[in-house]
Design a protein around this ligand. Structure first.
Ligand SMILES: CC(C)(COP(=O)(O)OP(=O)(O)OC[C@H]1O[C@@H](n2cnc3c(N)ncnc32)[C@H](O)[C@@H]1OP(=O)(O)O)[C@@H](O)C(=O)NCCC(=O)NCCSC(=O)/C=C/CCCCCCCCCCCCC(=O)O
Length: 726
């Protein structure tokens, strides 16, 4: 828990010990206190060093423990103050990470020595909290308000070199941190400790403190979208500028308790563990890390340099994987090359700020070609051409002939059948879906889709590739739209139905943006381009010439259908790219959405033509119909074994679809609303709209309500058998 030893007669060593990251549990903190008291009482001890076991200082308070009743009333500040008040110099030896409560412990120490590879930070804001171990009061006193506010409100990790520049640490070493800390401890024995006690220091003044704080608050509020923690972090830091230390600490504790009981902290902590849970993937057939080893990818290829392909190439280059980028002709290749180079230059500039370099001018690292033969020696190919099954099959047939037998063949598709694509090859076991999200070099989600024949090794290799690309890879089964888009279809469908019934794009978007989405469904469709889904609907016989004559305008296959999106496309309104879609924009490619009187007129005429009685639709109905239909689909996906748990769907939505993280993801949100309420509302909406299957409650949801609304982590145990539609 925390081991007490002595490095020499004069030096006591307290080693935090709680693998894997030395999280601060109650036993760790108790042992820390015992160690301090023992060292204080021992006259032969002249200095104390605090370090962490296994090359990691500490990743902070044990996040699992926040909700436990036994931790109520426990103050980390008490332990940090004990360190600071120590009459013998205390030196922190920081290796690996010192995060959250870990860094607060280090701030209680009189001196800090860090290894050059160590990272420090106060990431509590990312789990819905604030640094509640007096960190909001000590850090501004040490490094000033602007830097402290940045670190506390963003939660970003600071590399040791930056920490040294900021004055967060006293020394950075390249070799043995423990020895360097011992040296420093021996050097400072006998020196006055008062100036080293941060609680006694004043907060450094700024000539324009009030203006600085007001501006920072405006910025934070703009980004927060109902996410409480950044603003409360701000208030705690402001308290440090206005109040004496002890009063600031009281304020910090008060704000911490508001966050702890807000529900947002619970959602964000759930999201933290969900992200880690999905990395331990399994499939209904029993494949998992346990029985599959990823193969190394020394060289990759990307086919197609459209928007997706460009982002994927950029991601691979950033991960130092040599890439062959292939296009169908020289004209497309040159356009693609220029676009990729631009992206890489931008990325290189960003990386330079963090003292990293990006080498992409070397042809051994990035090669552009129109020749499929250049793909002979690659270990993995990612095909990223547009969503056209015959084209994808033609490419996979070619790849099957040209690539070496061990090569993995990935398809970047957002909905198409992996098995059908794999059927074009002689190695379906090596075919896997890799659904990147646009922009692919920025968005963190990677949906990894296994087909009927995909081998565990191929899945493991794709998951490992995701890790190397710094993505969150979520393994799902094969069905139309996979997990993410399949849940998105009913959401967007409801949004359009709401327009038919009387609402407007701006009203629907506003409700969902107020809920916390980055952008509502109509702004999102305009951004993505309405033509993409139109092409898909035409391909599936839902729109255009392939619709059988005599089909009612607002019905397909006996279900309600809205031709409104088709109508927009027929008028050349493809969204931002054409300057018009559900909104109007300042120009083609413009970003500022303005309500469009043209659309409002079209909606009025449309309702008249189809004899739809317009009614006022309130915010509650907008929110529930959009979200509950999406969640309902999620329950079907779980029941079919397409995703292995609700956490998977939540991670997909947080990292791929702009779901507000402080609401934990759609399935977590459903659990907070209460499944009986979700079911009751779906039943009501379904009765009002019997021709909309997406509103018909899922059998699995009904079952969970019937068994008494169990907690989310128990849901999967109510499925009688793990099944998959494959
Ligand atoms: C950067 C990381 C540290 C490491 O990243 P990586 O190498 O990629 O590894 P991971 O897969 O992320 O993590 C490995 C495993 O470790 C688990 N983990 C990581 N951090 C914690 C943590 N802080 N608590 C619990 N468990 C943690 C992780 O789940 C993995 O487990 P598994 O292998 O999947 O099973 C990265 O992990 C990271 O960023 N971690 C989070 C850092 C963070 O957010 N820190 C802030 C924590 S909040 C805090 O410090 C708040 C302080 C203020 C007030 C506190 C008041 C309460 C005081 C005492 C309460 C003590 C409760 C005690 C309960 C008890 O005794 O039982």
């Amino acid at each position: 828990m925390a081991q007490y030893t002595s490095a020499s007669t004069a030096l006591a060593v307290i080693r935090l010990r709680n693998p894997p990251v030395n999280a601060l549990s109650l036993p760790v903190l108790q042992a820390l206190e015992d160690g301090l008291k023992r060292a204080d009482a021992d006259p032969s001890v002249k200095a104390i060093m605090i370090c962490g076991e296994n090359g990691k200082f500490s990743a902070g308070a044990d996040i699992q423990g926040f909700s436990l009743p036994k931790t109520r009333g426990i103050s980390l500040g008490h332990f940090v103050s004990l360190i600071e008040r120590c009459e013998k110099p205390v030196v922190a030896a920081i290796e690996g990470v010192a995060l959250g409560g870990g860094l607060e412990v280090a701030l209680g120490c009189h001196y800090r020595v860090a290894h050059v590879k160590a990272r420090m930070g106060l990431p509590e804001v990312t789990i819905g909290l604030l640094p509640g171990g007096e960190g909001t009061q000590r850090l501004p006193r040490l490094i000033g308000v602007p830097a402290a506010l940045d670190i506390i409100t963003t939660g970003r990790h600071i590399p040791a070199t930056e920490a040294l520049k900021l004055g967060l640490v006293d020394e950075v070493v390249e070799e043995n941190t423990i020895e360097a800390a011992i040296r420093l401890a021996n050097k400072v024995i006998g020196q006055p400790l008062e100036p080293r006690r941060l609680s006694l220091r004043p907060v450094p003044k700024l000539p324009n403190m009030e203006a600085f704080l007001s501006e920072a608050l405006v910025k934070l509020k703009k980004q927060a979208r109902r996410y409480l923690a950044p603003e409360l972090c701000f208030q705690a830091v402001r308290a440090a500028t206005e109040l004496p230390f002890a009063d600031g600490v009281r304020k910090e504790r008060e704000l911490f308790n508001v966050l702890l009981t807000s529900g947002q902290a619970q959602a964000l902590q759930y999201a933290f563990f969900a992200e880690r849970a999905v990395q331990k993937w399994t499939t209904p057939h029993g494949s998992s890390w346990q029985n599959a080893s990823p193969q190394p990818i020394h060289k990759a290829a990307v086919i197609g340099l459209g928007t997706m392909g460009r982002g994927i190439v950029t991601s691979l280059v950033k991960a130092s994987i040599p890439v062959v980028a292939l296009e169908q002709n020289l004209e497309y290749l040159n356009t693609g090359r220029k676009a990729v180079m631009l992206l890489l230059e931008r990325e290189a500039m960003k990386m330079e700020q963090g003292a990293q370099t990006l080498d992409f001018h070397n042809p051994a690292r990035l090669q552009f070609t129109v020749d499929f033969d250049a793909l002979r020696d690659v270990d993995l190919v990612i095909e990223a051409v547009f969503e056209n099954m015959p084209l994808k099959k033609e490419i996979f047939q070619k790849l099957s002939r040209i690539c070496k037998p061990a090569a993995f063949l990935c398809t970047n598709t957002s909905a198409l059948n992996i098995d059908e694509i794999a059927s074009a090859t002689s190695r379906p076991q090596q075919v896997v879906g890799t659904h990147f999200f646009s922009p692919a070099h920025i968005m963190r989600l990677l949906e990894i889709i296994y087909g009927h024949h995909t081998s565990p090794t191929a899945i493991a290799t794709a998951v490992q590739l995701g890790k190397v690309l710094k993505k969150v890879g979520v393994v799902v089964g094969n069905c139309f739209g996979f997990a993410g888009n399949r849940m998105m279809f009913p959401y967007v469908e409801q949004a359009v139905f709401l327009l038919e019934e009387g609402s407007r794009p701006e009203a629907v978007d506003q409700v969902l943006e107020d809920f916390g989405f980055k952008i509502g469904p109509f702004r999102m469709s305009d951004l993505a381009g309405l033509d993409v889904a139109w092409r898909s609907r035409k391909g599936r016989g839902l729109a255009g010439d392939s619709v059988p004559p005599g089909t009612p305008a607002r019905q397909r296959h006996g279900r309600r259908y809205s031709p409104l999106p088709d109508l927009l496309c027929e008028n050349g309104r493809f969204g931002q790219k054409t300057g018009k879609g559900w909104y109007q924009y300042e120009k083609a490619g413009g970003r500022t959405a303005k309500p469009d009187p043209w659309l409002h007129n079209v909606l009025t005429q449309y309702r008249d033509t189809h004899h739809i009685k317009t009614r006022f639709i309130d915010q509650e109905e907008i929110l529930e119909r959009c979200l509950f239909s999406l969640i309902n689909e999620g329950f079907d996906i779980l029941a079919e074994g397409i995703a292995s748990g609700p956490e998977h769907l939540d991670v997909i939505y947080i990292h791929g679809y702009g779901w507000p993280k402080h609401r934990g993801g759609p399935m977590f949100y459903a659990s907070t609303v209460g499944l009986p309420r979700v079911l009751a509302k779906l039943q009501r909406y379904s009765e009002a709209h019997p021709d909309v299957p997406a509103l018909r409650p899922s059998t699995f949801l009904k079952k969970l309500v019937a068994v008494g609304n169990p907690p989310l982590k128990e849901w999967m145990s109510y499925l009688s058998r793990p099944s998959n539609k494959l």
